[in-house]
Design a protein around this ligand. Sequence first.
Ligand SMILES: Nc1nc2c(ncn2[C@@H]2O[C@H](COP(=O)(O)OP(=O)(O)OP(=O)(O)O)[C@@H](O)[C@H]2O)c(=O)[nH]1
Length: 337
Amino acid sequence: MNSLHMDKTSSEHSLWQQFRLNAMRLIYFGVGLVMVVMAAFYFTDQKFIGASALLLTGLAFLVAGYIYRDKLAPQWLNFLFICALGLLVSISMRQTGVLGVYWMYPVLAMVFFMFDKAIFVLVIMLIYALFAAVTYWFLPFDYAWRIALSMLVLIGVGAVFLILMARLQRNLDQATATDTLTGCYNRDHLADLLQQAITKAIRRKQPLSVMVLDLDSFQSVNDKYGYMFGDRVLQETVSRIRQTVGDKAIIVRSRGAEFTVLLAGTSLNEAAEIGSEVLNRIRHEPFSVKTMMTTVTASAGVAQHKPGQSWDEVLEAADAAMGKAKTQGRNRLKIAQ
Ligand SMILES: Nc1nc2c(ncn2[C@@H]2O[C@H](COP(=O)(O)OP(=O)(O)OP(=O)(O)O)[C@@H](O)[C@H]2O)c(=O)[nH]1
């Protein structure tokens, strides 16, 4: 039966979010250290105002790096940091001319890691507009247009990188969501899928039922005919479930020979009918591979999501009904009350 410890959503495991977290740690500590070192140079040159500005910003980065070493910092804080860096680079351009340009590129690159998708485009456009304007004001036009163009190239490369990362994440999600033997979803995604199905059902004011189905005495099938034969039985079971519930229903392999089926738009009575049909398809048609053939039965439990119920409560209800079917002799369906 299900053990209900699947509470982390897939987005928390997102490769890109992990990557961002590591990159941000590096950025906070790296930028902080560089600024403190530069502040020391400015102090020795007796440029006290510049040195203080660098020191304060550098310390702010180091403190943020310490506070947000395990989680992403809020977007407003990153926005403040980017504004501060933008300002410092602009002042540096004004004072040192073309030498200040060198700092523009790392600042632009940081924006790619600092902001969520929703506001990233806005921030990168703002910071690009600022740097393009500053370059135009403080440098000859011949320099300015080349620098503005090279910054655009950097942004373009960064954008391609982001798109490739998103694609990689999508492929990875797909691969990790699928059970390689049967092609259904694997149990890691059960919590997310069920939660999404509940949210959708509430929004559409439609019923949602859950069926938990477990093959009976599957160990003896493995023992008698071998693991490979058992594998074929599992694959064939999924195909028989699919023939009954259709392509759109979500089937999750929740354990060895146990499947959880999410039946959107389906009332408890309809779910019971569907469940009985699936059990019939399994029990009446023998499973065969080459010369080996056997009949298999299954036990199932169905439950309908009730208002206010959480995903694990409805799953537990269907699971308990399936457990009852097992204890009452297997090869039957039970309805959760
Ligand atoms: N062939 C095959 N067997 C598997 C796989 N994963 C788990 N199993 C087997 O599935 C069986 C599951 O057994 P259980 O559900 O615990 O018990 P059961 O023998 O089915 O008995 P009941 O569930 O009580 O009716 C175990 O023997 C596992 O070795 C798999 O990927 N392929």
